[in-house]
Design a protein around this ligand. Structure first.
Ligand code: FES
Length: 561
């Protein structure tokens, strides 16, 4: 071994605490030789029964341990909080930064030489990467993989995307209670994250593109035996990384972040990846801007034909060759020399990776769209930016001017959205306020405002929708998100009134409120200060320190100085 391991300062020495730490750990039944210069590999496990997507991670952890022991290391598994997307109220995003702090401090405070991060559901992957970036000891990610494809009456269903579409049919009275109950039982058939290119799949791909997983990790289905094989290999590799001192800061460089953005665009990935990558970059002291996403998006073809932008599911992507095949196809657009966790470059990892289905992973000459999935908008309605996933939008609405119908809050929207006399048409632009980081609070996925019943009854399935919220990566529609500054911070969104003319100009990258600037300023000045949602505890801390969407919604004190 070439370097002094971090853990040795816990065990080695003549102090009482060196002796007592060894004694207390031996209470778990270990022999004394675990203290003999073995790299201690922490296994940071976000397993929880309150997070179905990560419910299989105990088994994954056992596979990691096999690899660690085999390579001469000493594995110690530890829990952190877990964030179940479906269960946490008001939104799991409120707690992403809390989990990242838990991960960072658990790593830093303990005798760990390298860490294997086990994650899966939407926020658990970015939270672990953020925490590991700040702790900056060697780290390797093992995502939990996508769940099995849903099934219903000989149809394959994508959790999230198809569930929403079918539920809209139920809302419109075109599906029975019995049918909905059958779908409920067949939509999510195993542990693992949602099986479309939602936020979890996108963040798994981002982790692989960043170089933080072994090649091929992202798309292996959760129940597939090869995920356990990859976990074992990751445990084995973590031991080597501890000895090489291969830290996150050496892997997650600006070039690696740009690779992750490129891959997210090529797969039609979630708009939430924008927020998470901004936060990860902030932890590393990398000056990343929303404009970087638009620059990269405009040069990157979207080639992964996966829902909600395309037709297939993550299982199909895995069988077609996974993210390595995607990266191989767009290799000229990537920083090929970036180092990854296995010590090899991106080019070494993906050159020659085969694609086995050219309809699932399109050739660059035959993309789903010539641009990446996410467009960044500016304009007087979003001076610090907004995003739209144009590959999941209706093409005829991407250039659109219409009259706004405004919901002041999410609650008010729900109270009236199904009214039979809601005064909206196919040309109306729905605007919803107070759904941002401070306003909601927590920046929930409320941005895909449900289609008004009155429009569904006319067979209209999409209108332009604008808010300061996020949207689930499994969602679809012409939905403008992340408007910054948010309305609760008195951004221009707060000034929009029903009847105002609003224009979405996707090609021109602009979101415009056609109201004179003096009138916008007058309306904003007349707004009362909002009452804070929390006056104590973590919620209070969040409101005091959360950044806006264009900075990743991290806490100001967690960004690297
Ligand atoms: Fe966990 Fe979709 S609910 S990934």
């Amino acid at each position: 071994m070439s370097r002094e391991l971090r853990s040795q300062s816990w065990w080695n020495g003549k102090e009482y605490y060196n002796f007592s730490r060894r004694a207390w750990l031996r209470s778990e039944g270990y022999t004394a030789d675990v203290f003999d210069n073995k790299p201690v590999i922490g296994i940071c496990n976000s397993w929880s029964e309150l997070n179905n997507c990560n419910a299989h991670l105990k088994q994954v952890a056992e596979a990691v341990k096999r690899g660690v022991w085999r390579a001469g290391g000493f594995p110690l598994e530890f829990p952190t909080i877990s964030l179940g997307e479906m269960f946490m109220k008001p939104t799991s995003m409120l707690f992403r930064n809390l989990m990242s702090m838990d991960v960072e401090e658990s790593i830093r405070a303990n005798p760990i030489d390298a860490v294997v991060l086990l994650c899966g559901c939407d926020k658990t992957t970015p939270a672990q990467i953020m925490g590991a970036a700040s702790a900056d000891i060697p780290a390797i990610v093992v995502t939990g993989g996508p769940m099995l494809s849903g099934q219903w009456r000989n149809r394959k269903l994508g959790a999230g995307t198809d569930g929403r579409k079918l539920f809209d049919l139920y809302r419109a009275g075109r599906m029975s209670d019995e049918e909905l109950c059958e779908i409920e039982g067949g939509l999510a058939r195993s542990a693992g994250h949602c099986t479309v290119m939602g936020t979890a799949s996108s963040m798994a791909a981002v982790a692989e593109a960043l170089g933080m997983t072994l090649p091929g990790c992202a798309a292996i289905p959760a129940p597939d035996s090869r995920r356990l094989t990859l976990a074992e290999l990751s445990g084995q590799r973590a031991v080597e990384m501890a000895l090489e001192d291969l830290k996150p800061s050496k892997i997650m460089t600006r070039q690696a972040i740009e690779n992750a953005i490129t891959v997210n665009m090529a797969i039609g990935g979630s708009t939430n990846a924008v927020v998470h990558l901004l936060a990860i970059a902030g932890r590393l002291g990398i000056d990343l801007k929303l404009e970087d996403f638009d620059r990269i998006s405009s040069r990157t073809p979207c080639i992964a034909n996966i829902k909600p932008s395309g037709e297939y599911l993550m299982e199909d992507l895995f069988e077609a060759g996974g993210i390595t095949a995607v990266m191989s196809r767009i290799l000229p657009l990537l920083h090929q020399d970036s180092i990854t966790v296995n010590g090899k470059t991106v080019a070494e990892n993906v050159t020659g990776a085969q694609c086995w289905n050219n309809d699932v992973i399109r050739e660059v000459e035959n993309p789903l769209s010539t641009e990446g999935g996410t467009v960044v908008l500016g304009g007087n309605l979003a001076p610090r930016g907004a995003v739209i996933k144009h590959t999941a939008a209706s093409p005829h609405l991407l250039q659109h001017r219409g009259k706004a119908f405004v919901f002041e809050t999410y609650k008010q929207m729900h109270e009236v959205i199904d009214s039979p006399d809601l005064p909206v048409t196919k040309d109306t632009i729905l605007v919803m306020k107070n759904c941002g980081p401070k306003g909601a609070p927590g920046f929930p996925e409320w941005g895909q405002i449900p289609m008004p019943r009155v429009l569904l009854d006319q067979g209209i399935n999409d209108v332009v929708r604008i808010s300061d919220a996020r949207m689930s990566g499994t969602s679809f529609g012409t939905v403008v998100l992340h408007v910054a500054p948010e309305s609760a911070a008195k951004g221009p969104l707060a000034a929009v009134q029903t009847g105002d003319e609003v224009e979405l100009d996707t090609a021109g990258r602009k979101l415009t409120l056609h109201v004179p600037e003096e009138e916008i300023a007058r309306r904003l000045a007349a707004l009362p200060d909002a009452k804070p949602h929390y006056d104590r505890g973590y919620g209070w801390l969040f409101l005091q320190h959360v950044n806006q969407a264009d900075e990743g919604c991290d806490f100001d004190f967690l960004r690297k100085k």
